[in-house]
Ligand binder design. Sequence first.
Ligand code: DQA
Length: 139
Amino acid sequence: KQILVINGPNLNLLGKREPGIYGSQSFEAYFETLQATFPDVHLTYFQSNHEGALLDKIHEFGFVGDGIVINAGAYTHTSVALGDALSAVPAPAVEVHISNVHAREAFRHHSYLSAKCKGVIVGMGLMGYELGIRYLVSL
Ligand code: DQA
């Protein structure tokens, strides 16, 4: 199976950014652990701080791949376009948030992606990505 992990804005700073909230591990290091955890899965990783680049990637992968794990960062709470893109492609998606967005500011409680995803994982740290992949592989 081919699974794509997508991280949106500011998630390139994982490990350096607010470590009390997001932890001290970089995503690149964690991604190597993920690849080792799923040796039979063709896992790829894409990060961008640009909404259009995230859209292009969903369009490109979403018709050929088997599943998408997406943490759209702050675009989660603002982007109708990312929600539409997930609706437009056949690949199933799982939404992940490292922090428990429901325990934070009210503007983080709404997601334009959740209704377009098979499921949502919040507040479980980086493990959320592993759980999302595990689910998509099981489909
Ligand atoms: C986040 C939560 C968002 O509200 C925030 O804007 C992020 C990270 C998370 O993984 O917890 O950038 O998606």
